[in-house]
Design a binder for this molecule. Structure first.
Ligand code: AMP
Ligand code: MG
Length: 501
């Protein structure tokens, strides 16, 4: 039996990028550094609640060491640190942010490449500002389940290895309305090639610290993009082109499965094109391009479902700006933004063809469908599974995906036209990219409410459901292949989420 203490740990990020000279843990501006030393806080009574066997298999471990995964102990080879980064929050430069409650334990060289193990919720760091460095059970369950759900859906994402409770009560004001309450603390151990973000580069560029910027760029390319073998400006272009493409692909996956991140600040954009930092995210139930799950975002809906590709483009522009001081000639950088638009459009059209089971993209067909979605309140997930099996003589099952309205003449016209476009045997193709089970907002909320009363049965059940999202899983159908129930329509945690976590 091997646990993480038996792994061979390395610490390339710490040894190859500039670090903070100060070792003490107090909030401060950290200059000329990519990271600060940080030791996880001791927690009173850690209990392992759930862990991912699939992630453990990748790490080649089969033993779960609660003392290490709660931060109560460290093992030989770990070099824990908190990363320094900045970010644009809701379109405005926010200055230094950094890992205020995340501590990377170290790196493992797995057969899938380098993987960082990071504890989220393990106490204050130099980047904690005014906050406590901790996480509550509610938000930890949301991160654990959703990152694993995304992985099984085939969406690029950071992963989760484990979730433990800490035995400590933490105060949070969920709706920011002056009604704080005590919630149980928890720690998620998450895993990714790295947790380097767009904001990791921005902070140095904004400070005019070109040495740290160059050091981080060199490290990132050498460590994570080592297959690129050009040099000079071309090396930077080739690297950034990959970031542009992986970011575009990630957003297209989000649009495919109906995921809304909710806080696409530049500090929440992974340099690997992975979905990162699961906060007030949500899942589209009735297809609504204007929906944002984040109550902080309600007034402008900057991070709404249908806006995600534009925001990713805006964030990429901020990344390119911050790398621009390293170029001799920046002309090519403009072409990268054009490349984003072209690449996104082409892949987005491909995605729609597969979703619909048609051979050629037809903009009008898809525009008309989206308009009908908005007129009728149609459940996105159920609709595409029903669409895969309709035929000329039977459209009726489509209306099972409607929250309101009925199968109008406009719908019949659209479906009739659609059937003229379909490819043979479309059901199999469509069902392999249109999931039957997604982590609907109310599903995870039900699991949280039970877990807060120490009943983890629903958490474990959902963890099983999300592992085979495209399969029929008939045993789960009547419970989880369902439209949003009425009680969830305007409920906190279901339709409305906050950043409080
Ligand atoms: P997020 O909204 O989770 O992306 O966090 C934005 C910034 O706030 C990051 O620098 C986080 O590390 C920091 N942060 C969020 N919650 C806490 C907390 N409870 N304690 C310390 N820092 C936090
Ligand atoms: Mg964040």
């Amino acid at each position: 039996m091997a646990g993480i203490s038996d792994l061979k740990w390395s610490s390339d990020f710490v040894s190859q990028t500039p670090g903070d000279n100060t070792e003490e843990n107090f909030p401060r501006q950290v200059l000329n550094a990519c990271w600060s030393h940080a030791i996880p806080s001791i927690v009173p009574n850690p209990k392992m609640i759930v862990w991912s066997k699939e992630m453990a298999k990748i790490l080649k471990i089969d033993k779960i060491e609660t003392d290490l995964l709660s931060g109560n102990n460290l093992c030989t080879g770990m070099a824990p640190y908190a990363q320094c980064y900045g970010g644009h929050q809701f379109g405005s430069w926010a200055g230094q942010l950094g890992d205020g409650r995340a501590i990377t334990l170290g790196e493992i060289n797995s057969e899938f490449g380098k993987l960082e193990l990071q504890l989220k919720g393990s106490g204050t760091t130099p980047y904690s500002r005014f906050a406590d460095g901790k996480s509550v059970l509610r938000s930890s369950i949301r991160e654990f389940l959703c990152s694993e759900a995304m992985h099984h859906l085939g969406v690029p994402t950071t992963r989760a290895l484990s979730l433990c409770t800490t035995g400590e009560m933490i105060t949070r004001d969920v709706l920011y309305d002056g009604n704080p309450s005590a919630e149980e603390g928890a720690i998620v151990c998450r895993v990714a090639p790295s947790f380097i973000r767009f904001g990791s580069f921005q902070i140095h560029a904004f400070r005019g610290d070109i040495d740290s910027l160059r050091s981080l760029v060199n490290y990132t390319i050498k460590t994570h993009f080592s297959h690129i073998n050009s040099s000079g400006d071309q090396l930077l272009i080739d690297w950034l082109k990959e970031v542009v493409e992986s970011t575009a692909s990630m957003i297209i996956h989000w649009m495919r499965v109906g995921f809304v991140h909710g806080v696409m600040n530049t500090d929440n954009m992974s340099i690997h094109g992975l979905t990162i930092d699961y906060g007030p995210y949500g899942w589209i139930e009735n297809y609504d391009s204007h929906w944002t799950p984040n109550i902080t975002d309600i007034s402008t809906a900057r991070y709404r479902f249908g806006q995600q590709s534009n925001i990713a483009g805006w964030n990429l522009a901020r990344l390119l700006e911050s790398i621009s001081p390293l170029f001799n000639n920046t002309d090519e950088l403009h072409n990268l933004m054009l490349h984003y638009d072209e690449y996104f459009s082409k892949e987005y059209e491909n995605m729609w063809c597969k979703k619909l089971g048609i051979l050629e993209y037809d903009a009008k067909l898809i525009e008309d469908l989206i308009q009908l979605f908005h007129e009728n309140e149609v459940d996105m997930t159920i609709f595409f599974r029903k669409l895969a099996i309709i035929n000329q003589s039977n459209f009726s099952s489509i209306s099972e995906s409607f929250y309101s309205g009925k199968l109008s003449q406009d719908w019949i016209n659209w479906l009739t036209q659609y059937l003229e476009y379909i490819i043979p045997k479309r059901e199999k193709i469509m069902n392999s990219i249109n999931p039957k089970y997604v982590l609907r907002n109310w599903m995870v909320q039900l699991a949280i409410e039970k877990a807060e009363n120490k009943d983890y049965s629903l958490l474990n059940e959902l963890f099983e459901v999300i592992k085979l999202p495209y399969d029929e899983q008939f045993d789960f159908e009547s419970k989880w292949y369902q439209k949003r129930p009425d009680w969830a329509k305007n409920k906190v945690g279901c339709s409305m989420l906050s950043c409080s976590s």
